[in-house]
Design a protein. Structure first.
Length: 67
């Protein structure tokens, strides 16, 4: 598995697609990145499964007020 990755994700606020870059060597992590279109923070939870060599990204607004 390489030490970094990239994935296209959809902003949960405005549905704009952004290219998300992440560092795999840091292990599973939780972080925020602002959307380049609407500037709202996107909550990203990254789970790395070393055994199966998979990465799962969970994207949400982290805001219960989003309808």
């Amino acid at each position: 598995m390489s030490s970094h990755g990239e994935s296209w994700v959809k902003c949960p606020h405005c549905d704009h697609r952004i290219l998300l870059s992440y560092e795999i060597s840091d292990g599973s992590q939780e972080f925020y990145q602002d959307c380049s279109a609407c500037c709202h923070p996107i909550h990203i939870n990254m789970e790395i499964d070393e055994q199966h060599k998979t990465i799962r990204l969970f994207i949400d607004a982290d805001d219960e007020q989003i309808f």
